[in-house]
Design a protein around this ligand. Structure first.
Ligand code: MG
Length: 348
């Protein structure tokens, strides 16, 4: 009899197969302007944007943050990348018997601080305690609802001044030939920060998690206008994000290695560990596809946010190729494949 494997939760192709087999084939999912079957960051149902995420990060505390910060940032960002303004969150916790009360208070306070930062409140939740050994300390689920951003109509008008655009929400299927790809900052930091704190690794690094709510940065991008799609490069990293976009939008994507913002400490940690920084998950980054006429304005708008100071143009969409191609430092070209497993499991 087949058993579930870690790879099926890793954010790559095996997870997509898992979702098709166990979720899309088994659960009724026939509503939504952006429905479940779109497998996007959030769904849109009668104008309400809705998303949910469960956090199983290990360890619970890591350089620059903890599971509480992640649980707010991740859900706020999944709403924001659909072009929504977050309205309210839920919080459900599964706590293992014996968990330290002070640790739990610390996590709740960082959740609260992140929600303050994002300007959202909690409106519902659930708490469960399970016996020792039945959970790994603490698991947290947050869901969130959002409403259409006040800047989204203006954003789409600017897209339509440049090219045909049939969508009323930015989404993974909406990228077309010529769209410019912008990354909001350095990639790979979160995964490397986690690994440095994990048992059995324990290497020295100054790298901290990038986890942060990005709703303000994203609002400023929409206000500038011309954004066709947005996505946060979480599990599977930027390699997975670009492959999902290429597949769903039926378009080729080219990115330049020298333009992808990378922290030198992340590069050396990845070399040491033999992992690809482009496959590592991030929790405070967004990649945007923008019509070329608006790219400089969107970039400028993003750079005004503290989380977007290192934003840059990393590539573009082109119908001249299939799949995702990386132009390397040395002038070569290599295909970026969708990650199969996860180089750093349980990062979120
Ligand atoms: Mg997401």
């Amino acid at each position: 009899m087949s058993k579930i494997t870690m790879a099926q939760g890793a954010g790559g192709e095996r997870m997509q197969d898992f979702i098709r087999k166990f979720v899309l084939s088994e659960l009724r999912h026939d509503i939504g302007e952006i429905p479940l079957s779109a497998l996007d960051d959030a769904a849109v149902v009668e104008g309400i944007v809705f998303t949910t995420d469960t956090y199983t990060v290990k360890p619970l505390f890591f350089p620059g943050g903890d599971i509480g910060l992640l649980a707010v940032a991740g859900t706020v960002n999944d709403l924001s990348v659909m072009g929504a303004t977050p309205m309210a969150l839920s919080c459900a916790m599964i706590v293992e018997e014996g968990f330290d009360e002070d640790g739990l208070l610390k996590i709740m306070r960082s959740m609260s601080a992140a929600a303050d930062d994002a300007g959202v409140s909690f409106v519902t939740g659930d708490t469960k305690v399970v016996e020792k050994g039945a959970a790994d300390g603490l698991f947290v689920n947050t869901s969130g609802i959002g409403r259409r951003s006040q800047h989204l109509d203006g954003n789409i008008e600017r897209v339509r001044a440049s090219r045909e655009y049939e969508w009323s929400w930015p989404n993974d299927s909406a990228i077309a030939d010529g769209d410019v790809l912008i990354a909001s900052g350095q990639v790979g930091n979160h995964g490397v920060a986690l690994l440095s704190f994990r048992e059995g690794y324990g290497f020295e690094t100054s790298v901290k998690t990038d986890a942060a709510p990005l709703n303000r940065l994203i609002e400023s991008a929409l206000e500038a206008g011309g954004v066709t799609a947005m996505k946060d490069p979480t599990r599977g990293g930027i390699a997975n994000l670009l492959n999902e976009w290429a597949e769903k939008s039926c378009i080729g994507l080219t990115v330049r290695e020298e333009d992808i913002p990378l922290n030198p400490s992340v590069i050396s940690a990845c070399e040491m560990l033999g992992i690809d920084p482009l496959e590592i998950g991030n929790e405070g980054k967004v990649v945007l596809a923008v019509v070329p006429e608006a790219a400089e304005d969107v970039l400028k708008a993003i750079r005004t946010s503290p989380e977007g100071r290192q934003a840059g143009i990393i590539g573009e969409a082109t119908s001249a190729i299939d799949g995702v191609v990386l132009e390397t430092h040395t002038g070569g070209r290599r295909l970026i494949e969708p990650p199969v497993g996860d180089p750093v499991p349980r990062i979120c």
